[in-house]
Design a protein around this ligand. Sequence first.
Ligand SMILES: [Zn+2]
Length: 221
Amino acid sequence: MDAQDINRFESKFMKKSGDECWSWLASKSDGYGNFRFRNKILKSHRMAWEIYIGKIPHNLFVLHKCDNRSCVNPDHLFLGTNVDNMKDMVKKGRSKIFSEIHSGEGNIHAKLKEKNIEEIRKMCKSGKYTRSYIAEKFNISSNHVFRISHNLSWKDNNFKVADFKINRKGRNNGNSKLTDKQIDEIRDKYKTGNFTQKRLSEIYKVTEHHIQRITKNKVRK
Ligand SMILES: [Zn+2]
């Protein structure tokens, strides 16, 4: 990137004084500024990091301290991991799915006590009540009831945002490919004591975390 590129970059926003955001004025996608550089469209806040601070280390994300995706003020940017990125999204309410699943920050699971969760599971298991009946009783969504009954509650099994992200992206999607038979096999093998979780994860090509969930009976067939 030469002086001319930097001039071009800086023509697309106003450098303001003090602690103000430098909002990108040119084209944007999803709130983030776009900057065309060497025939590629790059995110302007990432460019800002590279221009004013330095190279972005591999695997790290450039995140905003301010809640302004179009901001390119380097003072408002910081580096974080993918997980930080997810947390950041949750915190800022950008991802509905994550904010529903990832609790612990005063959102939806917080309404429920441990005791309620147990009761909800019992009610679901009994088969006597509809999900919407239970939802109404506990003043939660029926989707939430579903997640509780399937052990997808963050509170109870430490459901990891990062894992969820990986699965959604389909990068390591093998976890869902196991058949019922394989899940039984995994449980049997693990019981023999001859297989570590790591070994099983290699054999079945799923994450160790997933094996752990299977062996703890947290994965339903
Ligand atoms: Zn800003």
